[in-house]
Design a protein around this ligand. Structure first.
Ligand code: IP8
Length: 244
């Protein structure tokens, strides 16, 4: 089994509310359509989630405002999910989409996902909002991937992000930063950390944990989805996380 996380910063312009990158998702879908292995695809929320989540103080205790924000954000991420599904379907990928808002009643419940996986169905899920007894929570795509990796022990988990991989220094600030082909221990990430689910630092921590459950955990650039086919070869551009 393969779990693929498609970053919100890849398929949306995170600075512009509701800006879907149709051609980018289309190329990713094309590459995925050639894979003959069971797949779970999880996408982030990008500008369909993070901007309104911040504006409405999410995650937060239940209030008129957070409940209103919950509905806005959920409606928006469903719109993004529909765009993603249409791109996948146009390349012949017939997938079931599972939306956390409706699946998670207070706790993160994956029983429907388990059932569909056991039937051999390819599934899609996404970062979302959901309600617990006291609060409106946000579940990031990375947390979903971590839960699924723990449950299904996939052969490989691939994170498609907006960078080539993990660098020894921040490539957005330092010109000759080097891409690391593998990272094993703790690496310092000197990046801006301004998104509601933790930014790059949070993602790396999640990836290290995931690498304990998956045969292989990979970070690569989603703007070059064809690199997926080069994983395991000398030509591959990306980072293998927590090699065993
Ligand atoms: O983009 C965040 O998911 P992520 C979900 O995977 C929301 O971090 C609703 C902001």
């Amino acid at each position: 089994m393969l779990i693929i996380k498609v970053g919100g910063s890849v398929i949306t312009d995170k600075s512009k509310y509701l800006a879907f990158r149709n051609p980018v998702m289309d190329r990713i879908a094309e590459v995925l359509s050639h894979i003959r292995e069971q797949m779970i695809i999880v996408h982030g929320a990008g500008s369909f989630g993070h901007l309104k989540a911040k504006e409405f103080d999410l995650p937060g205790r239940i209030s008129e405002r957070t409940l209103q924000g919950m509905n806005i954000v959920h409606t928006d991420v469903i719109r993004l999910n529909n765009e993603v599904l249409q791109r996948l379907r146009s390349h012949g990928l017939n997938v079931s989409s599972l939306t956390p808002f409706s699946l998670f009643n207070g706790r993160r419940n994956y029983s429907l996902m388990r059932r569909l996986i056991s039937l051999g169905v390819n599934t899609v899920s996404h970062g979302d909002v959901y309600v617990t007894r006291e609060s409106v929570n946000i579940i990031s795509g990375d947390t979903i991937v971590r839960d699924l990796a723990r449950l299904f022990r996939p052969r490989r988990v691939v994170f498609m992000s907006d960078v080539d991989g993990v660098y020894d220094r921040d490539p957005k600030k330092i010109r000759n930063a080097h891409l690391l082909r593998t990272v094993n221990g703790h690496v310092t990430v000197d990046g801006v950390n301004n998104d509601v689910t933790g930014g790059m630092r949070g993602k790396l921590n999640a990836m290290f944990e995931i690498s304990r459950y998956a045969g292989e955990t990979v970070l690569m650039n989603g703007f070059h989805p064809e690199r997926l086919n080069q994983i395991g070869t000398e030509r591959f551009i990306g980072t293998i996380i927590g090699t065993k």
